[in-house]
Write a protein that binds this ligand. Structure first.
Ligand code: PAF
Length: 277
């Protein structure tokens, strides 16, 4: 397994990767969800690269950049058995050297949902992902469905900027009680961990109503809010039933749709979603 930090090291290592290359971009503190992306990449590509970079430009001023969990040694041990060919672990100075001034921004898709709560977040995401794509030049790139809006925004960027890359979006991995796997679950302490299952319970309630024929999007949103309200530690930031492609809120559910939410459990902000149709 090659490990690169600088752009020069990355370029030397990249030239040694023959055949199709799959990239799994991550911010580290890997969990089973990341490992499942790596395993899928390994099964579909000749070579697999992963990036581990806590990207400062996608964190707002009052967000958890300094607290975001980091443990490279732990990450390397976890991926060791998976046959990863290249790990790119740049520093913030490598990605954003002094004088840096170029940004990639997707417009309307980034405004609702996460975009409405985290101004500037997606500008940071698309900029860093474009830089990762340019540097690694993968044939395929693997992302998790848990960050549904991120996947939609990156899909749009790939289309608009003609990146010759196939995006693969993989299902969310869950703990036994339904909690979606996330590096931020590490922050859930004591009773908060149990309370955090309310996102899964709210989404499941709306999904079964949909499966029983409910197509009124406002009723599905109301049902999710009702379940969230039953959990005293849950403070919802948004609850959405939107078109899967445009992310616009729906009146009536038709075709592929996205149930999604962001909820504070104590101080920990969690997101989750289910796809309908
Ligand atoms: O999903 C993430 O971990 C990050 O947003 C990504 C795609 C690695 C960009 O920093």
């Amino acid at each position: 397994m090659m490990i690169a930090s600088s752009i020069d090291e990355l370029q030397v290592a990249r030239r040694l990767l023959d055949g199709t290359v799959g990239l799994v971009p991550t911010m580290g503190y890997l969990h089973e969800g990341h490992l499942s992306l790596i395993r899928l990449a390994k099964s579909e590509c000749d070579r697999v690269a992963i990036s581990i970079f806590v990207n400062p430009t996608q964190f707002g001023a009052n967000e958890d950049l300094s607290k975001y969990p980091r443990d490279l040694e732990r990450d390397l041990k976890l991926i060791d058995p998976l046959g990863v060919d290249l790990v790119w672990n740049p520093t913030p100075e490598v990605m954003y050297p002094p004088g840096y001034q170029t940004w990639v921004e997707v417009e309307s898709l980034t405004r609702p949902l996460e975009g409405s709560m985290r101004p500037g977040h997606f500008k940071g995401v698309t900029t860093v992902v474009a830089k990762l794509f340019n540097a690694v030049q993968p044939h395929r790139a693997y992302f998790g469905q848990k960050d549904a809006q991120q996947a939609a925004v990156i899909r749009q960027m790939v289309r608009d900027l003609n990146f010759p890359i196939e995006l693969v979006v993989c299902p969310t991995l869950r703990e036994a009680d339904g909690l979606a796997m996330s590096s931020r679950n590490k922050y859930l302490e004591g009773a908060d961990r149990q309370s955090a299952t309310v996102l899964f319970r709210a989404l499941s309630a709306a999904k079964s109503a949909y499966e029983n024929g409910e197509r009124d999007a406002e009723k599905l949103r109301a049902l999710m809010k009702e379940v969230l309200a039953s959990e005293p530690k849950a403070n919802p930031q948004y609850v959405s039933c939107a078109d899967y492609d445009t992310l616009e809120e729906l009146d009536t559910v038709k075709g592929k749709s996205l149930l999604s939410m962001a909820v504070l459990i104590g101080k920990t902000r969690l997101i989750d979603n289910f796809v309908l149709g």
